[in-house]
Design a protein around this ligand. Sequence first.
Ligand SMILES: [Zn+2]
Length: 239
Amino acid sequence: MQDSNRFILFAMFILIVVLAVIFLLTPSTDSHPAFKRASIENVLVIDPGHGGEDGGAVTRDGVKESEINLQIALRMAEICDFCGIPYKMTRTSEEINYPEELKSTAKRKRYDQDKRLDLIESVENAVLISIHQNKFTSSSPRGPQAFFSANDGSKELAILVQEKMNTVLYPQNRRIAVQIPDSIYLMNSLDCVAVLAECGFLSNPVEGAALREDGYQSKVALCLVSSYCVFCDSRQRYL
Ligand SMILES: [Zn+2]
């Protein structure tokens, strides 16, 4: 064998040894610090708006917004259970126990909001989706709308929610995601990503009827949970 061939073989041998050593010494992907940072596990906080003495908007035939909000929230919880998505709910029934000493509805409502606030803030990496239904004096307005808090990430999630609800629930919808008004206490008191979804108008006969149907509620729930999943996935990529 010629000297030059021997040298090439030796060089290849050294190269293989070096590559093997690098391979063995490189930490596996899941123990790499960058991967650990990117594997932050968010928790979806599902907030069925209103409840207890606060029914929210009420339909002409007496159905409360709080009941529809809870039904959609429970469907979201079912989807999360099925898919293994960590979540918490701010309430799971229409009943809310208020302290005896709080007599006025305003004080009781504030107590409930503060309790929800404490719960949400106790959840690490919480992402809030608050569920509501709209109502207007005229019956013509229709279409879901997403609102976002001023916190980082809220607008991105609200845009995803809006797009999904438009596509699935009402493709003619021209509403866009907008920042929540200052008057909404819970949404403006949180530090986490927070979106409030007005899923539709109870005052619109077509949408109001749909919002009470099982199948339609499941579609709404799917829109909200799937938007949350897309949001978490895109955030992990840019951590
Ligand atoms: Zn509401």
